[in-house]
Design a protein around this ligand. Structure first.
Ligand code: IPM
Ligand code: MG
Length: 356
């Protein structure tokens, strides 16, 4: 049966990088991949057109689709808007409306890029880490939230960090299940020494781990985890953490792989339906210049084939093709180093298609 993919390019470099991933997906049609792409608006582009960063039409399309491919949202142009209609709200809205609570962010170092990382090659070579970030709860969504004016006229901003046991258990299970297919080690990251909410997180993970006697569970405070990620990142197999800690640690982990332009992600619901997007943002400073790295988005399409469309052979082909173009010495600006061939966004996409 033909699978429907909702394509939401978004803002900034979004349309440029998504176009390259679409090239790659379309190239598989001749090999029998039955997919149909539909395009929708999200983020600032949607706000400009409709007054909402997540129009009903887009939400409906995303709900009906089998999978979603997303570029990025946000940009200087919309920074002064009220927070309720900012482009980021479109992304957060779709994550929460579709219950995409499990965000998988693999940080894999392609050996060809060991020199592109700002860290020493011996620290990062062989890196293969999976960050499992809770995506629909925590301080991103907790109530109450807002900015209020106190009696003395001073303004006060406030947000709420909140997690229920059920939310911790379901993200924990995802992490343990993934660890079983890897090195069977989970490191749960919290701030249990200060925040009650993550004290509960730690207790709940510990109780849950009894169902997974074959998986080794460890705990780490988030400040230490950030330090360990740059000191000795290969100690980690699977990291599981809250929405905000995962946001921060995954940006940090991305630099271990040479560039944030290399990291794909999957955001899954309970049934494996998913939205796939690069972890980087809309990079408005380089938008429209055809220099952004499309590999994170192309690798996100590979994750889509693997996790939602159940087409691991096509996913393997994309990952092998990415490795091949790196072998050929092709590099976008963010991963460029001396002796390599510098290519544009579109040239990188074409090269991956040729290497499939
Ligand atoms: C990410 C991004 C988003 C987040 C922003 C754009 C809302 O940084 O996907 O990591 O904070 O989750
Ligand atoms: Mg982020």
């Amino acid at each position: 049966m033909t699978k429907k993919i909702a394509v939401l390019a978004g803002d900034g470099i979004g349309p440029e990088i998504v176009a390259e991933a679409v090239k790659v997906l379309n190239a598989f049609k001749q090999d029998g991949l039955a997919i149909e792409l539909e395009y929708g608006l999200i983020g600032g582009a949607a706000y400009d057109e409709t007054g909402s960063p997540l129009p009903d039409e887009t939400l409906q399309m995303a709900k009906e689709a089998d999978a979603i491919l997303l570029g990025a949202v946000g940009g200087y142009k919309w920074e002064a808007l009220d927070i309720s209609v900012r482009p980021e709200k479109g992304l957060l809205g779709i994550r929460s409306q579709l219950n995409l609570f499990a965000n998988l962010r693999p940080a894999l170092l392609y050996p060809q890029l060991a020199d592109a990382s700002t860290l020493k090659p011996e620290v990062v070579s062989g890196l293969d880490l999976m960050i499992v970030r809770e995506l629909t709860g925590g301080i991103y969504f907790g109530q109450p939230r807002g900015i209020r004016t106190l009696d003395n006229g001073e303004k006060e901003g406030y947000n709420t960090l909140v997690y229920r046991e059920s939310e911790i258990n379901r993200i924990g299970r995802v992490a343990f299940d993934i660890a079983r297919k890897r090195q069977s080690r989970v490191c749960s990251v919290d701030k249990a020494n200060v925040l009650e909410c993550t004290e509960l997180w730690r207790e709940t993970m510990t109780t849950l781990s009894k169902d997974y006697a074959d998986v080794e569970l460890s705990h780490m405070y988030v400040d230490n985890a950030a330090m360990q990620l740059v000191r000795a990142p290969k100690q980690f197999d699977v990291m599981v953490t809250t929405n905000m800690f995962g946001d921060i640690l995954s940006d940090c982990a991305s630099m271990l792989t040479g560039s944030i332009g290399m990291l794909p992600s999957a955001s899954l619901d309970e049934n494996g339906k998913g939205m796939y997007e690069p972890i980087h943002g809309s990079a408005p400073d380089i938008a429209g210049q055809n220099i952004a790295n499309p590999l994170a988005t192309i690798l996100s399409a590979a994750m889509m084939l693997r996790y939602t469309l159940d087409q691991p052979a096509f996913a393997d082909r994309i990952e092998a093709a990415v490795s091949k173009v790196l072998d050929q010495g092709l590099r976008t600006a963010d991963i460029f180093s001396a002796g390599m061939t510098r290519v544009t966004t579109a040239e990188m996409g074409d090269a991956v298609v040729a290497a499939l």
